[in-house]
Design a protein around this ligand. Structure first.
Ligand code: ASP
Length: 438
């Protein structure tokens, strides 16, 4: 039986007009049974997100700021939605309780979570769906980590009693009953959790764009939309900064193979992007699925004669980075060289100590530091069995006069990562895009 879980982002629920669009989408399909709302987002450029206002409220209450003024702005957002929808609903008791809780020491996370909580109350009343407080069914452990199994067991049973419900995103409860949240944008994760627990056939994630684009529109003019992408490809692209969906949101549904459909609330007829567990046969005509990149890397290249024959050489280098708790992002290596790519901002303050320690640990023939490196990932399931893809990427970059600093093809063959100088970043993405998308 078809069952859809639908999550609506903050811009989809930012005012009464958006609420009407959302209700229209839900009512158009009986199988859209579980709804996960975010807090009201920005209505226009420069507007405030309610979640940000709630963080400010917490600060104002705890640092003697003008809490009344901030709270008034928050109440105004919700009251306006209720009024403009013509609803017979008052949140006054809720406001009183929130203020009292915060004055009695409730946490910053509690404050932040109230945006989803109040929006959920309004949306459930508007739709005529049951309201289920996420604090009663999304559980975190004492360390504040999401408790996937306890939540899944409990929620699975609970949802059986409610055929149609609104469950606010972003938060849940700790073992002592207090509220905590996922990281920012975490309503995407709640949607995925509910999709898994309800054995949904589809998780629709409604936002303000019509899915993932093949490249960042700030680099490439009018890039094509990605119609179909696998979880694995998405993971590679999200790591490199393609952000539409919270990067932890794939885990609960990936586990059970539920597809995610990214849709646009403002253009509900657009098919969006479908994220699927895996597909062998549907190779996009562009061969590649998408290109994404990130700047702000430093590469440290260590050279040592006959490195290939030395035992423990790599370990000694890794231990230096472990000692300073600096994560290694990439590790391209040659016969006698090994390059370590790390985040430039984290590296800067540790630079002198790390270099000294590498010298001490490995006595290298040379150690070269390259700053201002960008990494570009060219991702595509179509690359796996296709020959000549790398050659086309390199030719495109050579034709654009771009020097390649590093190449790394993941063992999955799903992804080729290229390092270029930051100044060449945009041109490199444009050149690769132009090579594959005619
Ligand atoms: N409202 C929260 C945020 O602004 C969570 C979400 O929208 O998913 O991060």
């Amino acid at each position: 039986m078809e069952l859809k879980v639908v999550k609506f982002g903050g811009s989809s629920l930012s005012d009464a007009k958006q609420f009407q669009k959302v209700a229209g989408i839900i009512r158009a399909d009986e199988t859209r049974r579980y709804v996960i709302p975010s807090a009201p987002g920005k209505r226009f450029d420069g507007d405030e997100k309610v979640t940000d206002l709630l963080y400010s409220l917490y600060k104002a209450i705890n640092e003697q700021g003008n809490a009344e003024a901030v709270f008034a702005r928050i109440k105004d957002r919700f009251n306006k939605i209720i009024d403009e929808l013509g609803m017979n609903l008052s949140l006054d008791c809720e406001y009183t309780k929130i203020e009292k809780d915060l004055r009695n020491g409730a946490s910053r996370e509690y404050a932040a979570s109230r945006g989803e909580y109040l929006n959920g109350i309004i949306l459930s009343a508007y739709l005529g769906f049951t309201f289920i407080d996420a604090a009663t069914c999304i559980f975190f452990d004492a360390e504040g980590n999401f408790d996937a199994e306890t939540t899944n067991q409990y929620l699975k049973q609970l949802l059986k009693a409610y055929p149609k419900a609104v469950i606010p995103g972003f938060y849940g409860s700790l073992p002592d009953g207090s509220i905590t949240t996922f990281s920012r944008g975490g309503s995407d994760i709640t949607g995925s959790i509910v999709a898994r627990a309800s054995a949904a056939t589809l998780y629709e994630n409604w936002t303000d764009v019509s899915g993932f684009l093949m490249a960042d529109p700030r680099c490439v003019e009018n890039p094509r939309r990605i119609e179909l992408i696998t979880y694995k490809e998405l993971r590679e692209l999200s790591y490199m900064g393609a952000s539409v969906l919270h990067d932890e949101a794939v885990f609960p549904v990936r586990y059970v193979g539920i597809p995610i459909n990214i849709r646009n609330t403002n253009r509900p007829d657009d098919p969006g992007t479908l994220i699927v567990p895996g597909t062998e046969d549907e190779i996009p005509d562009t061969i590649i699925t998408g290109i994404a990149g990130k700047s702000g890397f430093v590469s440290i290249t260590v050279e040592k004669d006959q490195m290939n024959k030395r035992y423990g050489f790599g370990r000694r280098i890794f231990e230096v980075f472990e000692k300073y708790k600096l994560a290694i992002e990439h590790l391209p290596s040659g016969i006698d060289t090994m390059s370590i790519l790390v985040n430039a901002n984290s590296f800067k303050p540790l630079r002198a100590s790390i270099i000294a320690d590498i010298y001490r640990a490995t006595d290298p023939d040379s150690l070269v530091i390259d700053e201002h490196i960008s990494l570009i990932a060219v991702v595509g399931r179509g690359m796996v069995r296709n020959k000549g893809i790398a050659a086309r990427i390199f030719r495109a970059l050579a034709d654009a006069n771009i020097n390649i600093k590093m190449i790394d093809q993941g063992s999955s063959e799903l992804n080729i990562i290229i390092g270029v100088e930051e100044k060449d970043f945009n041109l490199a993405i444009r050149s690769i895009y132009a090579e594959f998308v005619k």
